[in-house]
Design a protein around this ligand. Structure first.
Ligand code: G6P
Ligand code: MN
Length: 433
């Protein structure tokens, strides 16, 4: 069997080690020759690289590292992109600047997502160009946020490149919670879903006999919270899943993605936020610290036994997808793809998140059909925001940026949009003209 070469971009991420573990645990199904970790920040990647070497040695997989784009991708079959441009330090600003103006401070939604997009798109485009120069046929599986904006940008800059796959784990994490509550496995459930990234809805959830379990889930959500085991220790995620129950109770119809809380209850979200301590601070104090401790343990003891390192949903999903592409599995995944009539009454060409069948020929979307007015209205306006955001990023266009933020449900007023944008422009040197 062919052994694959993988490059993980964003090797210094807190998600890298769980991803490497998932890859190493699955080599029977998805054989691997080499994993190269790429990052621009040596201080972040160095320990993860050393820990990954300890993990891979008994399995006979080579681990390499790289800090510059040149020569990193030659021979690569798969490039996993999970970069965080600017690191958690900039995430903190993305969240705190909008909050200082009483707007939602979130890394992917609203003005925070806009600021993150300004950095992320530039770096993702550079990496894709480097990959294509060195490995024209490699699958690029992109997880980098803000995925909606990154996907819109990659589709615009590389319109004919069908080997760039954009996806997000959130629908899967939500499904894990449903599956656990139902006492079954996520892999046995077939979801139907539509939307934009971090802006979508479940319409059906079929079991193996074809019965739709979603009405029952909706009922259960009105009675309490359903969330994946993996996130239960994290109080921020507990609050998020409480909001999912609230959304499912307040509005009849489809079950929303958790991220819709930021657009549907922006004032409540702001009232519950701490302007001086945001999610970025919590991630730095908890997950980042935990990963550093795990690395130290693994390196010191020369084993992962007893380190507490577990697989995570990010790694699991990305490896499942890579396996489906490599092995021509024809499995379904929820992915971000151009709307080529999948939702006939929604903007043609928009990057929509829908179930797709994945084989070695890529992703084939499953038809959704026409969507109802409420969802269409929300999505058209959000998509207009995303499109203008990409215009602003690619052209460094202040007017497009101002219009984008004005369209965003978490901002709305031109005056507010202007204040936030001016703060971004000064504190983050966006050079918008
Ligand atoms: C989910 C989303 C990702 C996002 C992550 C943030 O997994 O799908 O897009 O990056 O949550 O989680 P964090 O724990 O860093 O706030
Ligand atoms: Mn996501």
């Amino acid at each position: 069997m062919k052994k694959y070469n993988i490059v993980i971009c964003g090797g210094g991420s807190t998600y890298t080690l769980p991803m490497v573990k998932t890859l190493l645990d699955n080599t029977e199904k998805f054989p691997i020759s080499n994993i190269t970790l790429f990052d621009t920040d040596e201080s972040k990647q160095q320990k993860i690289y050393q820990a990954a070497q300890v993990m891979a040695a008994p399995i006979g997989v080579d681990i390499a590292q790289s800090y510059q784009l040149a020569e990193t991708f030659s021979g690569a079959d798969f490039v996993f992109m999970q970069i965080r441009s600017g690191g958690l330090e900039m995430r903190e600003l993305d969240e705190k600047i909008p909050l200082a103006h009483d707007c939602v401070g979130q890394e992917t939604c609203g003005a925070g997502g806009f600021a993150y997009g300004m950095r992320s798109v530039v770096d993702v485009v550079d990496i894709v160009k480097a990959v294509r120069g060195q490995a024209p046929e490699a699958w690029i599986i992109n997880y980098s946020n803000p995925a909606a904006i990154v996907a819109e940008a990659t589709n615009r800059v590389f319109p004919n490149d069908r080997k760039i796959i954009n996806l997000c784990d959130m629908p899967i994490a939500i499904l894990d919670g449903f599956a656990e509550a139902l006492g079954t496995e996520r892999q046995k459930l077939t979801p139907r879903y539509f939307g934009l990234n971090h802006f979508g809805w479940f319409t059906h959830l079929y079991d193996e006999q074809g019965n739709d379990l979603l009405p029952g889930i909706k009922q259960r959500l009105t009675e309490g919270n359903m969330m994946p085991e993996e996130l239960k220790e994290d109080s921020d995620w507990v609050k998020t899943f409480e909001q999912l129950s609230k959304m499912a109770t307040d509005l009849k119809g489809h079950i929303p993605n958790t991220y819709l809380q930021y657009y549907l209850y922006p004032e409540y979200i702001v009232s519950k936020s701490d302007k001086n301590y945001t999610r970025a601070n919590a991630v730095m104090d908890n997950r980042l610290q935990a990963v550093q401790d795990q690395c130290d343990f693994i390196i010191e003891n020369n084993t992962i036994e007893g380190s507490g390192l577990e697989r995570g949903v990010h790694g699991t999903y990305i490896v499942e997808l890579a396996t489906a592409l490599a092995m021509n599995e024809k499995k379904e995944f929820i992915m971000i793809v151009p709307n080529t009539g999948i939702i006939p009454n929604f903007s043609y060409g928009a990057m929509v998140e829908v179930p797709c069948v994945v084989s070695k020929n890529g992703a084939e979307p499953i038809h959704v059909g026409e969507i109802d007015t409420f969802y269409k209205g929300l999505m058209e306006s959000q998509y207009a925001y995303e499109k203008l955001t990409v215009d602003a990023i690619l052209n460094r266009d202040y007017d497009a940026a101002l219009k984008a933020l004005t369209l965003n449900r978490t901002v709305v007023n031109v005056d507010t949009a202007k204040s936030i944008l001016d703060a971004f422009n000064t504190q983050m040197q966006f050079n918008l003209k």
